[in-house]
Design a protein around this ligand. Structure first.
Ligand SMILES: [Zn+2]
Length: 252
């Protein structure tokens, strides 16, 4: 798919503590077209990124994050999974801000080895999902700890395989309610992204695990964002699975 990359826009404030700092073609056209959503969570003088975009336009991405940090320190980059639209920016942003990368053990291993086969990048490049020069930059030493302190907040990882084997979601209790970062596990209106490598039964079980957390806010890796009533969006996917039907795809 051809994209015209135009002006890079500023971050979008979603909640007092959460901003959208990257979002591409399957989102809000805020940054590189190939970026998934990347969120900045801020508490006091510390902040964390959830996902990192694809790593293209890295200078502009870092500048946008820096403006949104507004003097706070980026202490963590928490990745939902290794697909390059979520993890491609991790190496450059970690180096730029001195932030620690957090990821599942599997994502961490793939990132350390820049294992493009493991994240399906050659096939995605061949299919035109990414430009021919899209690569994964290696970053060693990702931390698999399931709890990530950010100021007065804690991001809590939940293992959610299904879309990919290495997938994690993150839950955070904000003063206004509980938010969940679902990456590519599940999207608004209960949409899902099933790839050749995906496991549908594991995906359904993982969505059920997230629904059991009873989140209020749904912050997925692409598409619409739900600032309330997250459970209704998760229930839509589970209803389809319960009826033996595959939920609608993020991309039709
Ligand atoms: Zn993905």
């Amino acid at each position: 798919m051809k994209h015209s990359v135009s002006i890079l826009r500023d971050a979008m404030r979603l909640l007092p503590e959460v901003s959208l700092v990257a979002s591409g073609y399957l989102g809000f056209g805020l940054s590189s077209p190939w970026d998934g959503h990347a969120y900045l969570v801020r508490s006091g003088d510390e902040a964390a990124l959830v996902d990192s975009g694809c790593g293209r336009d890295a200078t502009a991405a870092a500048a946008r994050i820096e403006r949104e940090l507004d003097g706070a320190r980026l202490v963590a980059i928490a990745l939902t999974h290794g697909h390059v639209d979520h993890s491609g920016g991790a190496a450059v942003l970690a180096a730029r801000f001195g932030a620690r990368v957090f990821a599942s053990p599997l994502t961490g291993r793939w990132l350390a080895a820049a294992d493009e086969d493991a994240i399906g990048l050659p096939a995605a490049r061949a299919a035109g999902t990414y430009p021919p020069d899209q690569s994964l930059a290696a970053h060693a030493g990702a931390d698999a700890a399931p709890r990530i302190p950010v100021g007065a907040l804690t991001l809590r990882a939940i293992e959610t395989p299904g879309h990919s084997a290495d997938h994690r979601a993150y839950v955070v209790d904000l003063p206004g309610g509980r938010a969940v970062f679902t990456g590519d596990l599940v999207f608004a209106q209960g949409r899902v992204a099933l790839l050749d490598e995906s496991d549908e039964r594991m995906l359904a079980a993982s969505i059920r695990r997230v629904a059991a957390e009873a989140p209020d806010v749904l912050l997925p890796g692409h598409g619409a964002i739900a600032l309330s009533d997250a459970g209704a969006h998760l229930a839509a996917a589970l209803r389809a699975f319960d009826a033996g039907v595959r939920p609608e795809g993020l991309v039709a």
